[in-house]
Design a protein around this ligand. Sequence first.
Ligand code: DX5
Ligand code: ZN
Length: 217
Amino acid sequence: MNPVFPSILSTDYFDLEDKLRQFEKNKIDFIHLDVMDGHFVENISFGPAAVKAIKAKFKFKVDSHLMVSDPGRMIPWFAKAGSDWISIHIETGQTKEHIAAIKKNGAKAGLVLNPDSDIESVFPYLKDIDYVLLMSVYPGFGGQEFIASTLEKVSRLKKEIQRVGDCLIQVDGGVNLENAGALKAAGNDLFVIGTYLYGSGNIKQTLTEILNQIDGA
Ligand code: DX5
Ligand code: ZN
């Protein structure tokens, strides 16, 4: 599995298909869809129709990151639309029920932690989920600065996973060539990248450089 999960939140909607074609050519397996409801975060982004459209035209798996206040209501919508992975924020509560709902709807279950939430709060769920998404920016917008304390959270989480479970770690927000290697060395598995991919103007070269950093860490 390609560890780079491009986020399409920050791309120009009018050349989204071209970007997705380039990702396809460069052996990307997963697209990360940042779903925002304008309530849990101060932004509104994609609905289930975006999942359906991607799945209808491309072979990608879709990783839907639900930044929504009522994931219980929306999990079935995104699962039915074709999301292969669905992550929900621990800050929305009813975590056990929401993880069960994701699995009941046939998707892999991820638990998301905001930068200010304690890393220990996900520990009780490590055996029930497939991945933990650590936010390295405050959710709502792409193009923010990477929060460096995320590195220490990754290594603490990795130690606990090695002790009790086998779920993957995913980091999302401000990931770029400078921090990808350090994140891998700290124990990170999956890299959500948006702005940095689009800024370079050469997706193929940027992906190659990032993967070299990750493989070399
Ligand atoms: C924030 C979003 C972003 C996006 C990727 O709510 O989740 O983190 O996916 O961010 P950039 O554009 O910084 O890679
Ligand atoms: Zn995200």
